[in-house]
Design a protein around this ligand. Structure first.
Ligand code: BGC
Length: 734
C-alpha cells in the first residue's frame, strides 16, 4: 500500500512523491544508518526501523535477518521505504581476492574490475546492496596499517584502480541484481596521518590534496560512484566529516557529484570528541551544513536534526535536498520493486567455478618478484625433498588477509598446500617456527568476541625455532614463508617498524646459514623490509595477502607455470624510520650525490616504486615524441617499443614518467603519467603510445593558487620501473 509500483514515472517524480508524503522524522530517518550487529550501540534495529528512523543498516551479514528487517521497513514503517544494507566488502565476499594494495601491484585495472565484480555478485546474492569500497586513499607511509586497503602511493595508478573498482562493483546498470552500490572512501587525506598513526591529524597543502590525494576520488566520481564516505581525521584542523570545503565545495561544487555522503563510523558524534563541535547538537548541525548526508551509527542526526529544522537552524529545503539523493539511489536500484534477498542464492553463486578462477588469476597477476639471483626461480617440479617454513606458510587467515566480512570462515589454499599440490610425489615437510602476534590485541577480536589465546611461552617458541631449523636441515631446498598475520595490517594496525615481526628474520638468517638454497615468499598487507634478506636471500617473491587461491598462485609462480609480472605500487623503505617514502618527491638544493650526506642512512628505497622482475628480460627502446615543442594546451604523443629479450613469455608493465624542469612551483623529480601491462612472447616487440596533454602536464600551483600549465622543458622516461633511464625531452611554449 505504501509502495510506489508505478515504474513508468520518472525517478525524480517518484522521489518527489515520496518526499511529499514523508514526515520530518522519516526524512531524518533516511539520513540515519544504524548498526545491525549484536554489539551495535542503540536500541533494537526493529524498533527504529518501524518508526521510519533508519535509511540504512550496516554491520549485518545475514540474509535471513536482512529480509526480516526489510519486511519491517516495507510493511510497518510509515512510508514503507526499503532499507539499504551496507557492509565492508573490501577484497571479496566469500571468494577472497588479493588485498587492494596487491591488486594495484597487478597494474591491471581490468583484473581489479573483474575481482570487484565477483565480490559484488556474491555480496549481492547475500543481500548486501552497498559496499564501503573502494578505499582509495593515497598512502605514502608503510607504517600506516590501512595502506593495505588502497592502491599505494601514486595518484595516477590510484585513479586507474579507483575507477576500475567502481566499475567492478557497480557495473553500468543500477538495477543490475549482481552489482552493489560503491562508496569512495575516506574523503580525504586519511592516508597521510601524522607518523602513519591511524586516525592522527593530517596536514596537507591544497596543492598536495589536489595533485596527489584527490585524483582517485575525482576518477571515482567520473566512473559514476554512487556514494562517498567522509574520513575520520582532522584535515588541516578541520575534521573531514565537518569539512564543508571537502564535502560541498570540492565534491559537489567542482566535481558535480550527485550521490550522497556517509560519515565514517561514529564520525559525526566524534566531532565533539575531536574538540571541534561544542556538543552533539552542534556536531549534527555542522556535519549537515558541511554536506554530510548520512550519519553512520552515531545517532547524532536522529537525536538532533528534526529539532534543528523545527527551530529554524536548518531549512526543510536543505533537509529535502539531503534526502533526495538517497531516495533516488533506492529508486534507481529497483529496491522498491525487489527489496528482498533470495535465501539460498548465495551458495549457488559462490559455487560458480569462475570465481575461484578469477581469484587465482588476480593473485598470480598481483605478485612481485623482488629478487632472483642466479635464476634460482622457477623451481623444478622434480624436487624431491623440500621444507616449507614459517608462521604464515599454512595460515588460511594470513593468506586471505586483513578485513573479511563479519563471520567469515577462512578457506584459502595456503602456500604449503599450493606447494604440495605441485610436488605430489615429493617429501614436503613443514614447520611454522615461533608464532607471531600483534603487540596489542585487535579491537576486531573483541567485537567478534574471539577467545584470547595465551601467547606461546619463550620455551615453546625456542622449541618451535629449533624444530624449524632441523626441518630445514633435512631438506634439499627451503621455502620460507614469512610476513604478517592478517590482523597486523588494516584499521587499528599501524606499526612503528617495518621489520618482519617476531623472530622471523632471526629464523631466516639461521636457516640461510645452513647453506641450502632458500626462497623467501612474503605474505604481508603492507611493505615489510629486510635489508639483510634483500642482500642475502637469492629469491624473494612478494605475494602480499593473496586471497582464496593465494597459495595456489604462489606455487604457480614458484614452479614456473606462471611468470610473475606485478610491480610495486609503493616504494619499499629500508625501515620504518625511513617512512614516509615515495618516488615523486621534489628536489633538495643538494639533490644527488651521496644521500648519506644529509642523513645517517641511505634515503633511497630498498625497492623502488614500479619495480618487479620476471623470468624473462625486457628492453625498452625507440622512445619517440610526435613533436619536440608544443604549445600550452596541446598534446604530444609518446611512443616506445618494448621487447621480450629473454627465453620465455612474460609480462612487462611499461611505465611513462615525466618531469617538469622549472615552473610556477617546484615539480616532482618524476611523475607517472602512463602505463600498460603487456604480454610478450620471446623476441616479440610491441610499440606502445601514450599521450601527454593538459591533463597530464597541468597541476595545481601553490604559487598561483589555481590550476596551471606552465611553459617549461620536460623530461620523459619510459621503462619497467620508476628508475627507468630511457629518456627524451620536449618543450611546452606559451
Ligand atoms: C572504517 C571504515 C568502514 C567503517 C564501517 C570504520 O571504522 O574506517 O573504512 O567502512 O568502519 O565498517
Amino acid at each position: 500500500m505504501h509502495k510506489t509500483k508505478d515504474t513508468s514515472s520518472t525517478t525524480a517524480a517518484r522521489v518527489e512523491a515520496l518526499l511529499a508524503r514523508m514526515s520530518l522524522a522519516e526524512k531524518v530517518g533516511q539520513l540515519n544508518q544504524i548498526g545491525g550487529a549484536e554489539w551495535s550501540p542503540g536500541p533494537k534495529p526493529e524498533d527504529i526501523i518501524r518508526q521510519g528512523g533508519a535509511g540504512s543498516v550496516l554491520w549485518l551479514n545475514d540474509t535471513r535477518r536482512f529480509n526480516v528487517l526489510q519486511k519491517v521497513a516495507i510493511e510497518e514503517s510509515p512510508s514503507g521505504i526499503p532499507l539499504l544494507f551496507a557492509l565492508d566488502v573490501i577484497h571479496g565476499y566469500r571468494t577472497i581476492f588479493p588485498v587492494p594494495l596487491a591488486m594495484a601491484a597487478s597494474w591491471d585495472p581490468a583484473v581489479a574490475e573483474l575481482a570487484q565484480s565477483v565480490a559484488a555478485k556474491e555480496a549481492r546474492a547475500a543481500g548486501i546492496h552497498w559496499t564501503f569500497g573502494p578505499m582509495i586513499d593515497i598512502a605514502r607511509d608503510a607504517r600506516w596499517g590501512r595502506i593495505m586497503e588502497g592502491a599505494g602511493e601514486d595518484p595516477f595508478l590510484g585513479a586507474a584502480m579507483a575507477a576500475a573498482q567502481v566499475r567492478g562493483f557497480q557495473g553500468t546498470d543500477p538495477t543490475d541484481p549482481e552489482r552493489v552500490l560503491a562508496c569512495a572512501k575516506h574523503f580525504a587525506g586519511y592516508g597521510a596521518a601524522d607518523g602513519g598513526r591511524d586516525y592522527d591529524p593530517v596536514f596537507l597543502s591544497e596543492a598536495q590534496l589536489r595533485n596527489v590525494i584527490f585524483p582517485p576520488f575525482e576518477a571515482a566520481v567520473k566512473a559514476g560512484v554512487g556514494t562517498f564516505m567522509s574520513a575520520y581525521m582532522d584535515l588541516n584542523n578541520v575534521p573531514a566529516s565537518g569539512n564543508r570545503w571537502l564535502l560541498h565545495d570540492i565534491l559537489r561544487g567542482e566535481w558535480n557529484f550527485e550521490g550522497f555522503v556517509v560519515s565514517d563510523a561514529m564520525a559525526v558524534g566524534s566531532l565533539v570528541t575531536q574538540g571541534f563541535a561544542r556538543d552533539r547538537r552542534d556536531a549534527a548541525l555542522r556535519a549537515f551544513d558541511a554536506g554530510l548526508s548520512m550519519d553512520m551509527a552515531s545517532n547524532t542526526y536522529l537525536e538532533h536534526l528534526a529539532a534543528l529544522v523545527s527551530e529554524g537552524a536548518l531549512s526543510l529545503e536543505a533537509l529535502d535536498a539531503m534526502v533526495r539523493p538517497i531516495l533516488t539511489i533506492k529508486v534507481r536500484m529497483g529496491l522498491f520493486e525487489h527489496p528482498y534477498a533470495e535465501e539460498g542464492l548465495l551458495e549457488r553463486v559462490v559455487a560458480l567455478p569462475e570465481h575461484q578462477v578469477a581469484a587465482r588469476l588476480a593473485a598470480q597477476r598481483s605478485m612481485v618478484l623482488l629478487r632472483n639471483e642466479g635464476g634460482l626461480l622457477p623451481l623444478s617440479k622434480d624436487l624431491q625433498n623440500v621444507a616449507v617454513i614459517g608462521p604464515v606458510a599454512d595460515s588460511m587467515e594470513a593468506t586471505e588477509g586483513s578485513w573479511m566480512v563479519f563471520h567469515h570462515q577462512p578457506a584459502a589454499v595456503t602456500v604449503l598446500q599450493g606447494i604440495r599440490a605441485k610436488l605430489p610425489g615429493a617429501r614436503v615437510t613443514y614447520a611454522p617456527g615461533p608464532e607471531i602476534r600483534r603487540v596489542s590485541r585487535s579491537p576486531f577480536e573483541d567485537l567478534e568476541s574471539k577467545p584470547l589465546e595465551p601467547p606461546q611461552t619463550p620455551e615453546a617458541a625456542e622449541a618451535a625455532f629449533q624444530t624449524a631449523v632441523a626441518t630445514a636441515r633435512d631438506a634439499d631446498l627451503v621455502i620460507m614463508v614469512l610476513g604478517e598475520k592478517a590482523d597486523m595490517s588494516g584499521e587499528f594496525a599501524s606499526r612503528s617498524t617495518l621489520d618482519l615481526p617476531g623472530r622471523q628474520e632471526e629464523l631466516l638468517r639461521t636457516i640461510a646459514a645452513l647453506g641450502k638454497p632458500v626462497v623467501l615468499v612474503l605474505l604481508n598487507g603492507r611493505p615489510v623490509s629486510s635489508v639483510w634478506a634483500a642482500e642475502h636471500i637469492p629469491a624473494i617473491l612478494e605475494a602480499w595477502e593473496p586471497g582464496s587461491q593465494g597459495g595456489a598462485a604462489v606455487a604457480d609462480i614458484l614452479f614456473g607455470d606462471v611468470n610473475p609480472g606485478g610491480k610495486l605500487p609503493v616504494c619499499v623503505p629500508r625501515s620504518g624510520g625511513h617512512a614516509p617514502l615515495y618516488y615523486a618527491r621534489t628536489l633538495t638544493h643538494n639533490p644527488e650525490g651521496n644521500p648519506m650526506y644529509r642523513w645517517d642512512s641511505p634515503t633511497t628505497p630498498l625497492y623502488p616504486f614500479g619495480f618487479g622482475l620476471s623470468y624473462t628480460t625486457f628492453a625498452c627502446s625507440n622512445l619517440e615524441l610526435s613533436e619536440s615543442q608544443i604549445k600550452v594546451g596541446a598534446s604530444v604523443a609518446v611512443s616506445v617499443e618494448v621487447t621480450n629479450t629473454g627465453k620465455v613469455a612474460g609480462d612487462e608493465v611499461v611505465q611513462l614518467y615525466i618531469h617538469q624542469r622549472w615552473g610556477s612551483d617546484s615539480r616532482p623529480v618524476r611523475e607517472l603519467k602512463g602505463f600498460e601491462r603487456v604480454t610478450l612472447q620471446p623476441g616479440e616487440t610491441r610499440k606502445l603510445t601514450f599521450h601527454l596533454g593538459p591533463a597530464e602536464l597541468g597541476y595545481w600551483s601553490t604559487n598561483a593558487g589555481r590550476w596551471v600549465q606552465d611553459a617549461a622543458a620536460f623530461d620523459v622516461w619510459a621503462g619497467g620501473d620508476s628508475q627507468a633511464t630511457l629518456h627524451a625531452e620536449f618543450e611546452v611554449i606559451a
